[in-house]
Design a binder for this molecule. Sequence first.
Ligand SMILES: [Zn+2]
Length: 253
Amino acid sequence: MKLSYVHLYSSLLSTSFLAKKVSTYLHEFVPFIDVDVRSFTNYFRKNMIEEDIEDNMMIQLSHEVNANTSLGELQNSSDDTCQKMMIIDGFYLQRIYSRIMDKNEMQLDHLHLIFEDNLVCTYDENDKRYHARPIICGSPSIISISSIIEGPAKPKGYYFKQMLKDLLSISSKEIEKEFADNLVRYDDPRLIHVATGYAIQAIFFFLTNGNPFCSQYPCRLFNSHWQEELIYTQVINPVLCKEHLRILTEAGK
Ligand SMILES: [Zn+2]
């Protein structure tokens, strides 16, 4: 099946700007695909009925609860404040969006890609933990801006210093500043390039019949588990490996 359309959706002003920038990069990357930016509110929220919203998709976890989960690291990035964190189960969210999508655009030549502001997670039965997921591929695909920031691990030295900051007499802000080049922040201009990389992965999910990730490093489709890998593959050296370049070339014919 040939992918012909990519529809980008955003919900807030911040992600609206991001979606427009990503669409510009995608125009260059896949000029043979028609890319447009749509209003999330107009397309989805007006059709969302109450039972969808209450469909158990919102899972509230306090730091006390998630201290023993992979999300425990969020405590470190919250600068000593003990605040409640709202996370969303990615597969529930995807199922709800798929119910209210225009059935005329459900064919495999349409990719719907939603930029989500909230933290999107999935539950891993193996380790019994929720993990932040920057991307959920499928129809629709979801890219979580918060999960890009909080999902891939920060440098080891960052966690080490956060753990010992009282002993070292340094603040979280100083640590953030020291590691600024090696991790992506919410106000980081590199976030647009990283989000574009995830959008490219969502496209390759369709081009490869469900295999959006690559084991070759560096490749834009590399499944980065560390912020440093993410920055290298999406910002410093954003290239495709030979095989994925071939697949892209074939798709454009
Ligand atoms: Zn590759």
